[in-house]
Design a protein around this ligand. Sequence first.
Ligand SMILES: Cc1cc2nc3c(=O)[nH]c(=O)nc-3n(C[C@H](O)[C@H](O)[C@H](O)COP(=O)(O)OP(=O)(O)OC[C@H]3O[C@@H](n4cnc5c(N)ncnc54)[C@H](O)[C@@H]3O)c2cc1C
Length: 388
Amino acid sequence: MKILILGGGFAGVEAAIKLRKYGYEVSLISERDYMFIYPVSIWIPVGKRNFEDTKLNLFDLGKKHGFNVIIEKITRIDVTKQEIHTDKNVHAFDYLFVALGMGKVHSKGLENTHSICGKPNESVIIKEQLENLVTKGKGHINVGFGGNPKDPTATSVRGGPAFELVFNISLFLKEKGLRDKVRLTFFAPMEEPGKRMGQRAYAKMDGMFAHYHVQTHFGKKIKEFTHNAVVFKDGTELASDLTLYISGGEGLDVIKESGLPLNEAGFIEINELCRVEGYRNIYAIGDGAAIIDHPWAAKQGHVAEVMADVSTYNFHHKITHQGKRKSYWEKLHIICVMDTGDGAAFVIRTRKKEIIIPLPIVGHWLKKGWGWYYKQSKMKRMFRIPGM
Ligand SMILES: Cc1cc2nc3c(=O)[nH]c(=O)nc-3n(C[C@H](O)[C@H](O)[C@H](O)COP(=O)(O)OP(=O)(O)OC[C@H]3O[C@@H](n4cnc5c(N)ncnc54)[C@H](O)[C@@H]3O)c2cc1C
């Protein structure tokens, strides 16, 4: 039985680990030889974290857990012939776990921006650009995020990193003595950015922007990005020396061309068992899978891991003819430790309730500690806390 996992991010790696625990032979295909721990990459631009430390080598992971790693770029998914085409090979499969993450909604002039949610090395480019501005000693930095009206679950999590980045940059500028010389603005086309974290969390945002000396520009649709401005559809613009913009998410081209069933935004339609609609041998997990019936939910790393757990459990029980099945809906919630550089806010949101706990100072170190724990536990160097 040939089992392939496509993607070496949160979802793909967790699925490989779980399938090995059930005793299956597994191959994981990824275009890069490392997993990037995105949640802690927010500190790379401000020099508080090293790029290399934010990577987890896939070969080391494969060796530790016993799965096979193939570094190739997937160019075509042929579900009819059950083949995966890459830039180097064609791989046949009996069972497939698609965990390729998501693409981004295109806006005019996007090449004039940088994103902390893009390719991993973007975080290093942002660091260099910030350092250039420090050398100049003045300028305008605009940080923002957009949505995808076709799928609300593809927006929210990208708000979180944008907030984290702007607050961390504010502290960075303060440390350099440049807070009054560099204008820092947060922009978003929606009237109430951050509301997805819940009403109580959202209500605190104004105070946080004031505290961190961040100006705001909300509720204006973006027309385009130029090399020196963010231009809005109402004719207003923000002068910009550095634009850090996180687009809304949408399905990757390789997924859109695969013939798999997709929602309007290009994410793969799955049932609550994480099995792709209409296919008995294909599962889709992580950011690339469409979350239905829970419009308040968000694409997050921990949801990707929940989907990996649920899909592999259901796969194993199907193969071994056991009746039990799990639903990822039962474990769906937003959990976010929103870092500000000198503290954090711990936000939990479920269908019914929302909790926000301010964690000055300790919250920042908690999130840093999580980054360390994540690497150690994935490499089996320490006990894995269930659900983390
Ligand atoms: C800056 C930032 C901060 C975040 N903070 C948090 C947080 O605090 N908490 C939280 O829960 N979530 C957070 N998230 C969200 C979380 O990182 C994502 O939800 C998670 O990475 C999704 O996992 P995934 O495996 O679906 O996709 P990814 O992690 O994006 O992995 C996709 C994989 O597919 C591979 N791939 C893609 N295309 C191809 C191809 N054509 N060929 C071969 N390989 C390919 C990639 O190389 C990668 O290995 C954050 C995200 C960002 C960007």
